[in-house]
Design a protein around this ligand. Structure first.
Ligand code: HXC
Ligand code: NAP
Length: 256
């Protein structure tokens, strides 16, 4: 269903976002990615195959984002599917965060998402385009040492809902995909400081296992597909039920 469609993944050069990009590439899409680091972009493009395009941009910089998206559209055509997933995170209590520390995460996760969607809009293949924002359980589960991410991702989900309303009449669907604890990723590595607690963490997930990047990729493919043609403004967890309560238990374990 996505064969030869243009899929642009902002922040698509590692972890979950790269896993999503690979899922679309395996389904025959023309995939474009961009992020800050040239070595990561080069490796991702090599992994994504002959139809891949790579660019460099920091999502906090509107002009860089605008240029990277325009270059992707020039190289691969109008954008059918836009995935916005660039993010930053570190563990720090609010009193240990400088304004720049708080602002750097909000700048990447929230402002960055706005920049990506705002400057992609004119390049979307309308009607019919699908936008997927990558959110996090922190958007609605308050977590200690995560004030920046909680605030930023809550904002991302409200952008999803607001723009689903504003852009629905143009035939653009906007949804959030919310990964749970996904194994082997930078995000989990930064939060699970004590690696011996990995099995205990998995037990806080109702489905009793950590997620895999492929779990997220498959749901992204669904959200982008015609099967989801009447789905917009949704915040969809891909977390084995973790956000029902396990996320709160897990955060207690991580800091005890
Ligand atoms: C307090 C910290 C800090 C820490 C950085 N800062 N780490 N403050 N505690 N542990 C402060 C710095 O001192 C600085 O403030 C400000 O944050 C910006 O730091 P820089 O290193 O200059 O910023 P930059 O190079 O732009 O890097 C941004 C970053 C970095 C967010 C700090 O970690 C990054 O690039 N992350 C990208 C990769 C990543 O985080 N992936 C995981 C995503 S997972 P001052 O005042 O000193 O200038 C995720 C959710 C996971 O999002 C959910 C799992 C369930
Ligand atoms: P990751 O591997 O660190 O992925 C982050 C990506 O964003 C990288 O490709 C990175 O590349 C890029 N990026 C970071 N800052 C950027 C910036 N300022 N401008 C442009 N690109 C930038 O992390 P991950 O753990 O897989 O997380 C991916 C997404 O899933 C994030 O949105 C995260 O919030 C969400 N999530 C993750 C988990 C989890 O378990 N890991 C759980 C819930 C939600 P460069 O370094 O080259 O810029």
């Amino acid at each position: 269903m996505v064969e030869n469609k243009h899929v642009l993944v902002a922040g698509g050069t590692s972890g979950i976002n790269l896993g999503i990009a690979k899922g679309f590439a395996a389904a025959g899409a023309k995939v474009s990615v961009f992020s800050r680091k040239q070595d990561k972009v080069d490796a991702a493009v090599a992994a994504l195959g002959a139809k891949a395009h790579g660019g460099i941009a920091d999502v906090r910089e509107p002009e860089q984002v605008k240029a990277a998206i325009a270059a992707a559209a020039e190289a691969q055509g109008p954008i059918d599917v836009l995935v916005s997933g660039a993010a930053g995170n570190f563990l720090a209590p609010a009193v240990a965060m400088s304004p720049n520390a708080f602002g750097s995460v909000v700048g990447i996760d929230l402002n960055g998402t706005f920049h990506v969607l705002r400057f992609a809009f004119e390049h979307l293949n309308k009607p019919g385009a699908s936008i997927i924002n990558i959110s996090a359980p922190q958007a609605w589960v308050p977590m200690i040492a995560q004030a920046h991410v909680c605030a930023a991702k809550a904002g991302v989900d409200m952008l999803t809902k607001t723009l689903a309303m504003e852009w629905g009449p143009a035939g653009v669907r906007v949804n959030s995909l919310v990964p749970g604890p996904i194994e082997g990723t930078e995000g989990m590595d930064r939060l699970l400081v004590d690696k011996s607690k990995k099995q205990a963490l998995a037990k806080t997930v109702p489905l009793q296992r950590l997620g895999q990047v492929e779990d997220c990729a498959d749901v992204a493919l669904f959200l982008a597909s015609d099967a989801a043609r009447y789905v917009s403004g949704v915040v969809l967890p891909v977390d084995g039920g973790w956000s029902l309560g396990g996320a709160t238990i897990a955060m207690g374990q991580m800091f005890s």
